[in-house]
Design a binder for this molecule. Structure first.
Ligand code: NAD
Length: 419
C-alpha cells in the first residue's frame, strides 16, 4: 500500500497498531482493517478569471463499506495529498464506530489554497470536483460534508452538480448544506457545540467550575469560532485565540463575539487589535484550564505536550496530537484530561447523520430536537469511553479508538472479506 505515505498517514498507522496490540488483533487481520477500500485521484481543470487554465489535484478515500455508506468531509487546502486524506478517512471510521453511526469513514480534498480563488473560480472548482466524483459517490455509497476550507456554499454547489446529473434534486448526497436546500438546523454549529458539551462533562468529572475557568482556542474557522462562543456562553473566560494570520492573548479575557464578527466580516482575525497580538507558538502553552486545538493536525509534539499547562485538552481538530506527545500525556494523565479527537469533534458527523436521515425521510426537526439528540449521543459515547478507560486503566484516546476499531472488526468478522 505504497500510495498511503506521509506523516499524517504514518501517524494514523502508528495509532492503529497501538490499539491493535491492546485489542490483541492478529497481524493477519490488521491490513484489512487499516487500509482503505478505495482511493480516487482526479484532475480538476478550471478556467481562471485571467482566461488561463489551471488544474488542481482532487482525492477521495473510502475506508470501508462494512457498516453502510462511507461518510466524510471534503478539505480544500494546500497540504492535501492522498496520505492525509486516507488518514482522515481512517479516523472517521473509528469515530463513526465509537458514536454508533451506520457509516464507514471517508475523506476527500483538493490541493488548493481556496483564498487564492475568486468566488467564481471556487464555484467552478467545487462543481468540477463533484462532477469527477459522480461515479464513486451516492446517498447509499459515499456522502460528503464540509471540512477545512469548504463551507455550506460549497456543499450547495456539490449537491446541485450531483442533482443536475441525476435529473432530480438529491439533497441527501451531501450534509452541511444550507437549511434552504435541505440542510438541518444546527449542523453549522454542531461540532463546536459538541466540543463545549464534552468540555462541560470533563469539567464535572474534574470538579471544575466553568464560571471560573479559562480557555485558549487555536483556529477560528467553523469549529474554533463556534467552540469559543459556546464556551464563552458557559461562562468560560477565553484568554487566547488564533488563526493562520493572527494570534491574540489577554489573560483578562477576549471579546469573543467581537472577534467572531470581525472574522466573519474580514475572513480572518488579522487586523482586530495590535495591543493584544501575541506569538502563536505561545498560545497552546498558556496557563489555563482548557486548550482547544481546532485548526490542523500534528500541532502538539512531545515538547509542546511537556509544556502544556491546562487541565483539559479538547481536541477539536482531527489528529492534533502526535503519538510521541501521547506518550508524554500518558505520563501526565492525572494532570491533563484528554478528550480525544474522535470523541471531541464527533458532533459534526452526528448532526450530519441527522441531516442525511431527515433528507431521506423528507421530515425535518427543529434546532432544539437536533441539539437534544446530539447531546444524548455524545453523552452516551463519553460515558462509554470513561467506563472503558477506568476498567482497563488506559488513556482516553486508547479507550475511544478501541471502541471504534472493535465495532469495525466485529462487523467485518461476520460479513467476510468483500466490504
Ligand atoms: P475552517 O477552514 O473553517 O477553519 C480552519 C481554521 O484554522 C481557520 O481559522 C484557519 O485560519 C485556521 N488555521 C489554519 N492554519 C493555522 C495555523 N497554522 N495556526 C492557527 N490556525 C490556523 O475548518 P474547520 O471546519 O473549522 O476545521 C478545523 C479542524 O476541525 C480540522 O482539523 C477539521 O478536520 C476538523 N473538523 C471539522 C469538522 C466540521 O464540522 N467542520 C468536524 C470535525 C472535525
Amino acid at each position: 500500500m505504497l500510495i498511503y505515505s506521509g506523516p499524517v498517514f504514518d501517524m494514523a498507522r502508528e495509532q492503529f497498531h497501538i490499539i491493535a496490540d491492546y485489542l490483541d488483533i492478529p497481524e493477519s487481520d490488521r491490513d484489512r482493517l487499516l487500509y482503505p477500500k478505495r482511493a480516487i485521484a482526479v484532475a480538476c481543470p478550471i478556467h481562471r478569471d485571467d482566461a488561463s487554465t489551471a488544474v488542481y489535484m482532487g482525492f477521495r478515500v473510502q475506508h470501508h463499506l462494512t457498516l453502510g455508506p462511507t461518510k466524510g468531509g471534503t478539505r480544500f487546502a494546500p497540504s492535501v495529498d492522498i496520505g492525509e486524506v486516507a488518514a482522515l478517512a481512517v479516523w472517521m471510521s473509528w469515530k463513526c464506530g465509537l458514536v454508533g453511526l451506520p457509516y464507514g469513514g471517508a475523506k476527500g480534498g483538493v490541493r488548493v489554497d481556496p483564498r487564492t480563488l475568486s468566488l467564481r473560480e471556487l464555484e467552478a472548482l467545487s462543481r468540477r470536483y463533484m462532477q469527477e466524483m459522480i461515479p464513486f459517490v451516492g446517498p447509499q455509497t459515499d456522502v460528503m460534508a464540509p471540512d477545512m476550507g469548504t463551507n455550506e456554499q460549497v456543499m450547495a454547489w456539490f449537491m446541485d452538480t450531483y442533482s443536475m446529473y441525476q435529473g432530480q434534486t438529491v439533497t441527501e448526497i451531501v450534509t452541511g448544506k444550507p437549511v434552504a436546500v435541505g440542510g438541518t438546523e444546527g449542523r453549522r454549529e454542531a461540532t463546536g457545540r459538541g466540543i463545549a458539551f464534552l468540555v462541560q462533562r470533563a469539567m464535572e468529572r474534574l470538579h471544575l467550575n466553568p464560571a471560573r475557568a479559562t480557555a485558549v482556542v487555536q483556529g477560528f474557522g467553523n469549529v474554533g469560532s463556534v467552540t469559543a462562543l459556546a464556551l464563552d456562553a458557559m461562562g468560560v473566560r477565553i484568554i487566547g485565540v488564533s488563526d493562520r494570520d493572527a494570534c491574540y492573548i489577554n489573560p483578562k479575557g477576549l471579546a469573543v463575539a467581537a472577534l467572531e464578527k470581525h472574522a466573519s466580516r474580514h475572513g480572518s482575525l488579522a487586523g482586530f487589535s495590535t495591543e493584544l497580538a501575541a506569538d502563536p507558538a505561545e498560545l497552546l502553552v498558556q496557563p489555563c484550564d482548557i486548550v482547544v486545538p481546532a485548526a490542523l493536525e500534528r500541532v502538539i509534539d512531545a515538547a509542546t505536550a511537556e509544556r502544556l499547562r491546562c487541565r483539559v485538552l479538547a481536541e477539536g481538530a482531527n489528529g492534533p496530537t502526535m503519538p510521541e506527545a501521547d506518550r508524554v500525556l500518558d505520563q501526565r494523565r492525572k494532570e491533563i484530561f484528554v478528550i480525544p479527537d474522535i470523541l471531541c469533534n464527533a458532533g459534526g458527523v452526528i448532526v450530519s447523520y441527522f441531516e442525511w436521515m431527515q433528507d431521506l425521510q423528507h421530515f425535518f426537526w427543529d434546532e432544539t430536537e437536533v441539539l437534544n439528540r446530539l447531546n444524548t449521543v455524545l453523552d452516551g459515547a463519553f460515558n462509554k469511553v470513561m467506563a472503558r478507560a477506568d476498567r482497563d486503566r488506559v488513556p482516553n484516546r486508547m479507550a475511544a479508538m478501541a471502541i471504534g476499531v472493535e465495532k469495525v472488526r466485529d462487523a467485518k468478522a461476520v460479513r467476510g472479506l468483500f466490504p
